[in-house]
Design a protein around this ligand. Structure first.
Ligand code: DAH
Length: 377
């Protein structure tokens, strides 16, 4: 283990080099991380096996008489150097240890680990996002997949393909925010902010052949003045189910199950005739009031029922525009109304979230006010 070479050259220069080499090794051992006083003493200064003892045995005692003096001087100098190196390190360690116990000493870390830390605040889902995810997951458990579409839409997808002809009064029910400077384009290509998630029905049917079952959560925009129940930005979850043999009773059963899964099994549903250009027949769905259980209260205006969503059987005109567009895109027009049928539905997420969490002003959902949002953490 000890690497002490035999001396063969006794010139002063070689002796200096040999001693310098040993001194350098000692210096490294003293400064090293593995240093401990007792171990070092034993290894270097041990009376029987220490390195200095071996050096004195191999270098000093066996040297030719004329070299003894030169070696002896260097040996004494080496011994002194190592002892002072060791003493220096010993006193540093002592000071360091005392310093750690002395406030204000440079050895005391400036970081006071006993102070309380800065709490990292965890973010949570926004109540709208959470509600939307919960609605989506009810349908995912029924085998629905999830689709998404753009918020900036063309007139074709938002209106025309959904059987809102140009200038048809049904367009007036969705006061639209349009993108500026589109007038030079043909109407169907003009850009607008989508007023509902229904255009994604069309996009999905262009992309996928039947059968298909999907829900489409997303943000929609209308040119509505903001008040406690209206916001120019709000959210919807759309649904579409198309296949052979899909009937109105599938629609009723699906939505009844979904409402019970979301609001609780005691909830009842009822369907009223309604109108949407893209469904025929169309219906509005009401659920028994979740606040009073149907007895009648202020929330349900004493009717016992709350109106929640629109739905219906997909209008053949919608399948027709999907097929037309598929032909334009070079795809098979497989939405053949002799073979398939479908239902669709759409619901407002904001109103559902407001009911669920007892929020009376829709604006709070968009205010970014931490005092409001913190309540959902
Ligand atoms: N898009 C309609 C709206 O925003 C909601 C709707 C009604 C969607 C009936 C549907 C549906 O898919 O079948 O007012």
């Amino acid at each position: 283990m000890l690497n002490i070479p035999q001396l063969t050259d006794f010139s002063e220069a070689s002796l200096d080099a040999a001693f310098a080499q040993v001194q350098a090794e000692a210096k490294i051992a003293v400064a090293g991380e593995a240093f401990n006083i007792e171990g070092f003493r034993l290894e270097w200064l041990g009376r029987k096996q220490g390195r200095l003892k071996i050096i004195s045995d191999t270098w000093l005692k066996t040297a030719p008489p004329e070299a003894k003096k030169l070696i002896g001087q260097r040996f004494n100098a080496l011994k002194e150097a190592i002892e002072s190196e060791l003493a220096g390190r010993e006193s540093f360690l002592k000071e360091f240890k005392q310093g750690l116990e002395t406030p204000g000493s440079p050895f005391v870390p400036q970081l006071d680990i006993t102070l309380p830390g800065t709490a990292q605040r965890l973010g949570v889902e926004h109540p709208l996002v959470r509600t939307m995810a919960e609605i989506v997951s009810v349908f995912q458990r029924m085998g629905y997949s999830v689709g998404l579409g753009p918020e900036v839409e063309t007139d074709f997808y938002n209106f025309e393909a959904l059987n809102f002809p140009p200038n048809h009064p049904a367009r007036d029910t969705q006061d639209t925010l349009v993108v500026a400077d589109q007038d030079s384009k043909p109407l169907r290509e003009r850009l607008l902010m989508r007023t509902h998630t229904s255009p994604v029905q069309i996009r999905s049917m262009l992309e996928h052949d039947p059968p298909l079952r999907l829900v489409i959560p997303g943000k929609v925009h209308r040119n509505d003045a903001a008040d406690a129940t209206h916001s120019p930005v709000f959210h919807q979850v759309e649904g579409l189910c198309v296949g052979p043999d899909i009937t109105f009773s599938d629609l009723k059963g699906t939505l009844d199950h979904a409402m019970k899964a979301f609001f609780g099994s005691a909830v009842k549903t009822r369907f009223f005739p309604s109108f949407f250009p893209f469904t025929e027949p169309s219906a509005d769905v009401q659920i028994s009031c979740i606040f009073c259980g149907g007895k009648g209260c202020r929330k349900c205006k004493h009717s016992g029922w709350i109106e929640l969503l629109g739905c219906g059987m997909v209008d053949p005109a919608v399948f027709e525009s999907v097929n037309q567009r598929r032909i334009e895109l070079g795809r098979d027009p497989v939405y053949d109304t002799r073979r398939i049928a479908g239902f669709a539905f759409g619901m407002g997420v904001d109103r559902i979230a407001m009911m669920k969490y007892g929020i009376s002003d829709i604006g709070l959902l968009y205010s970014g006010d931490m005092r409001f949002l913190e309540q959902f953490a």
